[in-house]
Ligand binder design. Structure first.
Ligand SMILES: [Cu+2]
Length: 125
């Protein structure tokens, strides 16, 4: 019996680690900081799912200056300051919806933030 319990605990721990790994890859863990990395003229990940109230930080790993500007159809207006190498800018989402954005200096650099009303639907992807 004792052996069985230990085995079950180990199995649970194992699946918890697997779950955490998949969250990290899809950036869906709403309690984690949401960071979009700017690298090689691209936003990585291209799409990030968050919940209302979450903050997304864009961190620039390029040597070139970039920024983040929501497109006209986004539920809110935002244009970041210039983000220089190793710099970052953040935005806290207060309205649900789909936010397409781009770097206004390099309009082919695009990304999306999907904001849902609550944490449980954000986790559904
Ligand atoms: Cu840019």
């Amino acid at each position: 019996m004792k052996f069985y319990t230990s085995f079950a605990t180990a199995a649970l721990l194992g699946s918890a680690i697997l779950v955490n790994t998949s969250f990290a890859q899809t950036d869906n863990l709403t309690t984690a900081p949401h960071t979009v990395t700017i690298q090689d003229f691209a936003f990585i990940p291209e799409t990030t799912n968050v919940a209302v109230g979450n903050t997304v930080t864009w961190a620039n790993g390029d040597s070139v200056t970039h920024n983040v500007e929501f497109t006209a159809k986004a539920p809110a207006k935002f244009k970041s300051k210039d983000i220089e190498q190793n710099g970052s800018a953040s935005y806290t989402f207060t309205k649900a919806g789909t936010y397409h954005y781009r770097c206004s200096y390099h309009p082919n650099m695009t990304g999306t933030i999907k904001v849902t009303d609550n944490a449980s639907s954000a986790n559904k992807n």
